[in-house]
Design a protein around this ligand. Structure first.
Ligand SMILES: C[S@@+](CC[C@H](N)C(=O)[O-])C[C@H]1O[C@@H](n2cnc3c(N)ncnc32)[C@H](O)[C@@H]1O
Length: 173
């Protein structure tokens, strides 16, 4: 499938929390950035993981999804070749992306202020080559953390999708 067909196919899945604008931004990023690995956390019902799985087929490239809570395969991910992990998202992502030249990382955890800020600070230091996505970036704590992080870190070009609860992309410059 090409990018247009992939976006239509993902839209037809009607994934919760991932409207067309988010799907388009992610698919365009995968094509433009050509990641050699995609990592995301947390898996939960698998909406973000399924979107990334379909988008990753465009290249293709391996996808890892990490959850520190409930275990098992969400129905949305049945039959998809996704590497599911149980553990802490940041720690496992750092381990999985060691040696990666072009990691793409999506964070969809609880979006509390300190964790969001710390994740950004650590990833920008340890994986400066990564493209980062923050889901629910319009949630007040996530917005606050992003603004504070970006005010002292000029290393990214920022693209915001303001549909629904927001998706922010940080592209290293
Ligand atoms: C908003 S839900 C994720 C929704 C999911 N991405 C989807 O699209 O269906 C947040 C999830 O992140 C998980 N989580 C929170 N902190 C985490 C961490 N440090 N590492 C891995 N998973 C985490 C929670 O257990 C919860 O299942």
């Amino acid at each position: 499938m090409n990018i247009e067909e992939t976006i239509v196919a993902i839209d037809e899945l009607k994934l919760n929390g991932f409207p067309h604008e988010h799907v388009k931004l992610v698919c365009e990023t995968v094509i433009e950035f050509q990641p050699d690995i995609i990592c995301e956390w947390g898996t939960n019902a698998g909406n973000s993981a399924r979107m990334l799985y379909e988008a990753a087929q465009l290249i293709p490239c391996p996808l890892h999804s990490i959850e520190n809570g409930q275990q098992g395969i969400p129905p949305l991910l049945e039959g998809c070749h996704i590497n599911l992990h149980h553990g802490q998202g940041l720690d496992l992502t750092l381990a999985l992306t060691a040696g990666s030249e072009r990691p793409l990382i999506l964070i969809d955890d609880h979006h509390v202020y300190q964790t969001t800020y710390d994740n950004l600070a650590i990833l920008s230091e340890q994986r400066p080559q990564a493209v980062l996505f923050i889901h629910d970036s319009l949630a007040s704590e996530a917005t606050h953390a992003l603004m504070n992080f970006l005010s002292s870190n000029g290393g990214y070009k920022v693209t915001d999708s303001t549909s629904e609860s927001g998706l922010t992309r940080l592209w290293p410059v």
